[in-house]
Every structure is written in C-alpha cells, then in structure tokens.
Write a protein that binds this ligand. Structure first.
Ligand code: FPP
Length: 275
C-alpha cells in the first residue's frame, strides 16, 4: 500500500517529501465531507476539504536532532515547539478534532533518560500551554492510560481536561500512554464488567468504550518522518481513515505541510467499502 500516485506528486510540485496512499480525483460526497474550508489568505487556491478529525503520528524528533548533532531530547523539545504551530494551524483551518500521538504504550521501553525527559516535557507543555488553549476555546482530551503516569502528571492532565471540558472549539486529543491494542482490551474488560451479554455487543458499543468515546473516527491519519506504519495508533478507529505519510520530520511539519496533507486528502475518494 505504499505507492505514490503521480498526479499527487505533480500537484505537490514534484516534491518527494510527500507520499499519499491511494489517492483519487473524484469530488467527495457531501455526507462524508462535513466541513470544508479554503487556504487562509489565498483567493486563488481551489477549495480544500478540511477533515473533521485529523490524527497525527508525530515521528522523527530523534532523527531531526541527530541530523543537527543534537541530543534526542532537543528533538523532542523542537517537537513541542511544533505542537503549537500545528494546533494553531489545524484550529484555524477548521479541524474539529485533532488527536496527537505523543507517547505510546511501547515508548516506556526507551532508555530511562529519554522516557523521563518526555514525561517532564509533557508536564511543561500542560503547565505552559493549558491557559492559552483554554482561552482559544480548545477542549483537551486525554486519550490513553492515566494509571501508569506519575501522580503529578495525572493530576495536571485531569485538571486541564476539567478546565476545558465545556469549550466549544477544536477538541485536542493527546494520546499519551496510548496503544490501540490495549484500547480494545480495556474496552472488552469494561464491557464484561458491565455485564453485557455477548449478543448485545455491537460495533457502536465497542467504539463507545474506547478511549476516544465521543470523538468521531479519524478521517485522516498523518505520519511524519517517512514511515508507512500505524504503530498501534487508533487501530479500531482508523478502519476507514485516509493515510498520509510525509518524509518531513515532526519538528518541521508546520502549517504548510498540514495544508499539503489536506490537498492530498481533498483528492482522495473515500468509498467505505462501497463501489
Ligand atoms: C517520536 O519521534 C516522538 C515521540 C515518541 C515523542 C513525541 C513528543 C513530542 C512531539 C513533544 C512533546 C509533546 C508532549 C505532549 C510530551 P522519535 O523520537 O521516535 O523520532 P525518531 O524516529 O527520529 O527516533
């Protein structure tokens, strides 16, 4: 599933940076396209379909740092700086849900120093950014396990979620200690605990027990850093998401890169298993 479709490459000025998978040129059906928008500030840009829910695997921080002779921690810091750019660009473009994969259930296996660096950075992000996000009407949602995080961080996350829960702007999902397989396991566990009988279990019910309950499935999953893997991110939820891989490392994946992803997405034909 890793072919680059020529019309896409052409439309992206021949850039080798972008690899979309399975693009199409058909207009999109209105029922699958709830929101549209145009590139801010450009009157000549053709209309862009803005996905309702964008989910991003933020990869490449380490390589970004390596390429500059810096420690990996500097890559994560640069990744944090970029969070602000992309959150702002997504909200401005009219994205309703943005879910970012910040720390996976497997990332605990990284060297202790790197793990504690990311945990400290997460605490700093919440401390520094929450007020601004709140003032901009953004609703913060934690996606994943809380129980294995340091107690202080758990409290910070809970406070940020509570503070912003009534906000009506973009929902920012932060997948932190998240794994798609664990998500399904914890859903099954809770369904059984709730005494649901097997024949009552439906797909909608499972969706409602996932960490992303109340969030619609992603329309577009972006992976930065050039890989074509889903890496245990939103496995159930991404069943019909469009996938877009960019070679650009996360710290450099700015609003313009996001716009390119939306351009490719706009040309996709989503069929949801139909003809
Ligand atoms: C993947 O790049 C990135 C991570 C595992 C950490 C993501 C963290 C941030 C974007 C910044 C902080 C944000 C929060 C909420 C803490 P990688 O290290 O796997 O890169 P590589 O593949 O080049 O090694």
């Amino acid at each position: 599933m890793s072919s680059t479709v020529p019309d896409q490459a052409d439309n992206l000025a021949g850039s080798r940076e972008q690899h979309g998978i399975v693009t199409g040129t058909q207009p999109k059906t209105p029922e699958t396209r709830p929101e549209t928008g145009t590139e801010p500030g450009s009157e000549n840009t053709p209309e862009i379909t803005v996905p309702r829910h964008v989910a991003i695997i933020m990869d490449g921080n380490g390589r970004w740092a390596n390429g500059r002779g810096l420690p990996r921690s500097e890559g994560h810091r640069a990744g944090y700086e970029n969070l602000r750019r992309v959150v702002t660009a997504a909200a401005k473009a009219g994205v309703s849900y943005l879910t970012l994969f910040a720390f996976s259930t497997e990332n605990w296996d990284r060297p202790n120093e790197e793990v504690s660096g990311i945990l400290s950075l997460a605490a700093e992000v919440i401390k520094v950014e929450t007020e601004d996000l709140h003032n901009n009407g953004i609703r913060i949602k934690h996606v994943g396990r809380l129980d294995r995080l340091p107690q202080d961080l758990q409290n910070q996350i809970a406070d940020a979620v509570t503070l912003t829960r009534e906000n009506k702007g973009m929902t920012l999902g932060v997948a932190f200690d998240y794994g798609g397989r664990y998500d399904v396991v914890q859903a099954i566990q809770r369904i059984i605990k709730d005494g649901v009988s097997p024949d009552e279990v439906t797909e909608d019910m499972v969706s409602n027990y996932l960490f992303t309950s109340s969030v619609p499935d992603p329309d577009l999953v972006i992976r930065t850093g050039g890989e074509f893997r889903i890496s245990n991110f939103l496995l159930w939820q991404s069943a019909y998401a469009e996938f877009y891989s960019s070679e650009v490392y996360w710290p450099d994946f700015d609003g313009n890169q996001l716009q390119k992803a939306f351009e490719v997405y706009t040309r996709r034909e989503r069929r949801f298993g139909r003809v």
